[in-house]
Design a protein around this ligand. Sequence first.
Ligand SMILES: [Zn+2]
Length: 147
Amino acid sequence: MIYKRSLKGLFEMECELCDNIENYRLIKETKYSKVAICKWPLKPGHVIVMPKRHVTQTTMCDLSDEELRDFMSLVQEMEDLLNEKFEENVITFKNSGKHSTQVHLHYHLLPSKGALRDLFSTFEAIPKREEITQREYEDMKKLLIDN
Ligand SMILES: [Zn+2]
């Protein structure tokens, strides 16, 4: 595990979502939030929305009112965009505890053939994880940011 020294002189874990999101994955940034294509997308259109400041999955309420409004506005904006770009409607969710591979707060937005209940039953015959190619990242990014 890699540690870095924070400005306060305390040791903290390095966070991929703070520092290391590859540029080809980034879709959009606002003053306090950003959107990236999921590193292991379940299907085309799978993105994550996160605050820029490091807030963990369990300390979401540490966001200021302004940061929270910015974050939720971006979630809504991306839901609208994905609903427009895909023939399926978006399900928005957040992992927690052992389900979350990143400590940094982030919401997953995923176009789906069915509602959440359907997703967990039979509508989605998808592998658990499958990394996509550089070209697939570029195609997905182009689809989401070009009008
Ligand atoms: Zn972070």
